[in-house]
Ligand binder design. Structure first.
Ligand code: DGL
Length: 264
């Protein structure tokens, strides 16, 4: 048993798609979340900056005495997960490997698509992981630089969101039977993405897949929170305005939350 919280980080609200799955699959666990909204999106930034900002969030989470860290951001996972995992003595999970494995299991035709931020696509991390595990699977990659900003500005239901998703995904339609939403912001656009791709295409939520791995690791290291202690005492931090964060978060999580501003 270990009643310390689990830390989650993202450039912004995208990591909440992982948190929502956490609350569903492991409701007894306590969560500390940080979103670096003041500096989002990370996707178009140079790798060195993403590395620096991600370490700042990791160090912040360590001050909260977390027992595990989930890098709930594909962009940060692509750039710096390996390094963080090697340096810390608590388990550190990224979202790319779980998403890649789930896509290999899901595809029937061996044709997988991956959409993500410019940095995630440039890193080629998904293609490399998929082809290392399943060399015969082909991977179509597409950078979607406009998706995360739409989510950050809470415009998921707008006509602009529909237009941008339709236009951006046009070149992917009909080419794959499985599409990895390789950015934790994208599940907030899921209905539009599904509509564009067609209902026969299986969408993989890399964050949701990661929560299954969280569960396995908690069991393996025997560091689950005791079930009697469900308190739902989650804490959320943003580097921008708590008001903007709260609006999206409460709508997405379907519950009231505590949000504080933090300077990194
Ligand atoms: N949510 C992040 C990801 O999974 C990053 C989006 C961004 O800041 O560009 O890649």
């Amino acid at each position: 048993m270990d009643n310390r919280p689990i830390g989650f980080l993202d450039s912004g609200v995208g990591g909440l798609t992982v948190v929502k799955e956490m609350m569903r699959q492991l409701p007894e666990e306590e969560i500390v979340f940080i979103g670096d909204q003041a500096r989002a999106p990370y996707g178009p930034r140079p790798a060195e900056q993403i590395r620096e900002f991600t370490w700042q969030m990791v160090n912040f989470l360590l001050t909260k005495n977390v027992k595990m860290i989930v890098i709930a951001c594909n962009t940060a996972t692509a750039v710096v997960w390996q390094e963080i995992k090697e340096k810390l003595d608590i388990p550190v999970l990224g979202v790319i490997l779980p998403g890649a494995s789930a896509a290999i299991k899901a595809t029937q035709t061996g044709k997988v698509g991956i959409i993500g931020t410019p940095m995630t696509i440039k890193s080629d991390a998904y293609r490399q992981k998929i082809q290392a595990l399943s060399p015969e699977t082909t991977v179509e990659s597409l950078s979607c630089p406009r998706f995360a900003p739409i989510v950050e500005s809470n415009e998921m239901a707008s006509s602009v969101a529909k237009k941008v998703v339709y236009e951006t995904l046009a070149s992917m339609v009909g080419k794959v039977d499985t599409l990895i939403m390789g950015c934790t912001h994208y599940p907030l656009l899921r209905p539009i993405i599904q509509n564009v791709m067609g209902k026969q295409v299986k969408l993989i939520d890399s964050g949701a897949e990661t929560v299954r791995d969280v569960s396995v690791l908690l069991n393996y290291f025997e560091i689950n929170r005791s079930r009697k202690d469900i308190r739902g005492d989650h804490r959320f931090y943003t580097t921008a305005s708590p008001k903007g964060f709260r609006e999206i978060a409460e709508q997405w999580l379907g519950q009231e939350i505590n949000v504080e501003h933090v300077e990194l």
